[in-house]
Design a protein around this ligand. Structure first.
Ligand SMILES: NC(=O)c1ccc[n+]([C@@H]2O[C@H](COP(=O)([O-])OP(=O)(O)OC[C@H]3O[C@@H](n4cnc5c(N)ncnc54)[C@H](OP(=O)(O)O)[C@@H]3O)[C@@H](O)[C@H]2O)c1
Length: 223
């Protein structure tokens, strides 16, 4: 039977590439991000097996409404990829901008929590899979990096959630890439990981037999 995956941050980069890869692999895809034009174009390209639901995932009510609409449209939810995230413009702690930290934590931390909280009731009946984008920066130390600290939260949370989901046969995977060539950076990075490389890792985690829970996939560029 055709399965359904909901992807946050699906308008560009890793999320967009994963939407394409999942769709090629036969999944139905529910696409969330703020950019309606980009989501609509991607959904139109994929066809009837895609649903674009523009929303700000830091807005819990809007996120809940989008998840419910996705489930009612396709009938069930088998996987969620909590991938929306951002970096920071003013590096460091002493010279950082606390208002910018708040906005980043709302997205990198709170929206991941909201996405899990709102989607788990729908994943439980399908023994579904929750996948979240961590980072090399969530496994390592970077001078003064509040972004890195937000990804350490993601890694800790993913393991804790994996243990909770295990109670009912669900699985949770954290994907931990090094630098990926996405619009997160102003300049192209052709020798770094490509968004399709991360999409392959997500599909690998999703493709495992029921007896295997892939808890973490750590990928680095090979340049
Ligand atoms: N690129 C790297 O080197 C790298 C390495 C490790 C981990 N990561 C992580 O990978 C994830 C994806 O990033 P990316 O590299 O693919 O960058 P990206 O192309 O900038 O993608 C970020 C996505 O998040 C969406 N987004 C941002 N704020 C949002 C909000 N408030 N509500 C809903 N969607 C929102 C963006 O869409 P809209 O602007 O349309 O909302 C976009 O689809 C992030 O969690 C990032 O931290 C990236």
């Amino acid at each position: 039977m055709t399965k359904t995956i909901l992807i946050t941050g699906a308008s560009t980069g890793i999320g967009e590439a994963t939407a394409r890869a999942a769709s090629v692999a036969g999944w139905r895809v529910v696409l969330l991000a703020r950019s309606k034009d980009k989501l609509d174009a991607l959904a139109q390209e994929i066809g009837d097996t895609a649903l674009a639901l523009p929303c700000d995932v830091t807005d819990r009510a809007a996120l809940r409404a989008a998840i419910e609409e996705g489930v009612s449209h396709f009938g069930e939810l088998n996987a969620v990829f909590a991938n929306a995230g951002r970096g920071i413009n003013k590096p460091g702690v002493e010279n950082g901008d606390p208002d910018e930290w708040r906005e980043m934590i709302d997205l990198n931390v709170m929206s991941v929590l909201y996405t899990a909280h709102e989607s788990i009731p729908h994943l439980k009946p399908t023994k579904g899979h929750f996948i979240v984008t961590g980072s090399k920066a969530g496994r390592d130390y970077f001078k003064g990096s509040v972004y890195s600290a937000s990804k350490w939260f993601v890694h800790g949370f993913a393991e804790n959630l994996a243990e909770e989901m295990r109670d009912w046969g669900g699985r949770c995977t954290v994907i931990a890439p090094g630098m990926v060539d996405t619009p997160l950076f102003d300049e192209p990075k052709p020798t770094k990981l490509q968004p399709s490389d991360i999409a392959s890792a997500v599909m690998f985690a999703l493709d495992q037999p029921e007896t295997s829970a892939v808890r973490e996939i750590y990928l680095m560029p090979n340049d």
